[in-house]
Design a protein around this ligand. Structure first.
Ligand code: NAD
Length: 297
């Protein structure tokens, strides 16, 4: 029987596990706070930000929100980030990507105080993660590690294949998997758009992480029997639903599930974990900034 890895259930458990720490911090006068900054009128970005605000409210994290018109000068965004860096009740800062073309994205990542960089994308935090001393692990790969942990998937010595090399998913995922640390120690291959024979690699994977953003590009014939398959893809495709679209993954679920021992669905797999780990990083940041030791789930 293929095990369906239920991201909603694990994410709910992580959120539950955070509430004690949040109340402990609140009692100490340091209720965690997350600031979201939106400089876009893209509907998907607006939805992501409002979901993050709602997630915060549900667990007792104070949410702060700043909206900047997309045609405003870049300085307005940098001034906002500088102000938030100084705000004592803002422990985490998240600038929703993408920012408009006239704003230097890399400069935005560098502008956030690394101690408040709950996405984990500031070069200092990327460097710390690579060096095996992570402060904030990026939310999606961190959430995947938690899924593997909760489902007792052994990474040590496993052949792991990551499809995709983005800065937010593929690269940090591969990096965490090779760390000499719990939930690491995997022999890890990274495939990408220039990989010659993708299937030859994916068929070797005990753990396959698909993060290419190509709908259903990985089918059962590309999966090693008994593998654990983590589908990161969220692809919006036209469909005869009320909304006119549906969300599908990078993995063709039915044929993949026939081969895999365990598999994440889309939706309801990695997505909820990404959201939960943002809350986790915000609570971690708040604890460190307040100098209060908190237990994290
Ligand atoms: P991206 O577009 O930045 O990167 C995609 C990567 O896939 C690239 O490195 C590219 O080299 C590789 N790739 C593209 N086509 C390929 C192919 N045919 N064969 C092999 N490799 C190929 O995307 P991203 O931001 O890393 O996101 C990937 C997917 O994951 C998207 O569908 C995105 O929506 C989704 N996503 C989901 C979550 C979540 O929480 N579930 C979080 C982030 C991203």
């Amino acid at each position: 029987m293929t095990e369906v890895i239920d991201g909603n259930a694990v994410a709910a458990d992580i959120r539950d596990g955070l509430t004690d720490a949040i109340e402990r911090l609140a009692d100490a006068g340091s209720r965690p706070g997350l600031a979201t900054v939106l400089m876009s009128d893209d509907a998907a970005s607006e939805t992501y930000v409002s979901m993050k605000q709602r997630d915060c409210e549900e667990v007792g994290i104070t949410s702060h929100h700043v909206e900047i018109p997309p045609d405003a000068p870049a300085a307005e965004l940098f001034d906002t980030v500088a102000d938030l860096n100084e705000e004592a009740d803002v422990n985490g800062i998240l600038v929703q990507m993408p920012v408009p073309d006239h704003v230097d994205k890399r400069r935005v990542l560098r502008a956030i105080d690394p101690a408040k960089d709950v996405d984990g994308f500031h070069p200092e935090n990327v460097g710390r993660m690579v060096a095996g001393n992570a402060r904030f692990k990026p939310c999606t790969p961190h959430g995947i590690q938690k899924l593997l942990e909760r489902h007792e998937v052994a990474t040590e010595g496993a052949e792991a294949v990551v499809v995709g090399r983005s800065d937010i998913v593929g690269k940090p995922m591969a990096n965490l998997l090779i760390q000499k640390a719990p939930l690491g120690n995997a022999t890890t291959t990274v495939c990408h758009s220039r990989t010659e024979d993708l299937a030859a690699h994916t068929r070797e994977a005990d753990i396959l992480v698909a993060a290419a953003g190509v709908p259903e590009m990985i089918d059962g014939s590309m999966i090693k029997p008994g593998a654990t398959v983590i589908d990161v893809g969220i692809n919006r495709v036209d469909a005869d639903t009320g909304k006119g679209y549906e969300l599908i993954g990078d993995v063709e679920y039915e044929s993949a599930a026939e081969q895999a021992d365990a598999i994440t669905p889309v939706p309801g797999g990695v997505g909820p974990m990404t959201r939960a780990m943002l809350l986790y990083n915000t609570v971690k940041a708040a604890g460190e900034q307040a100098g209060v030791a908190v237990d994290l789930p």
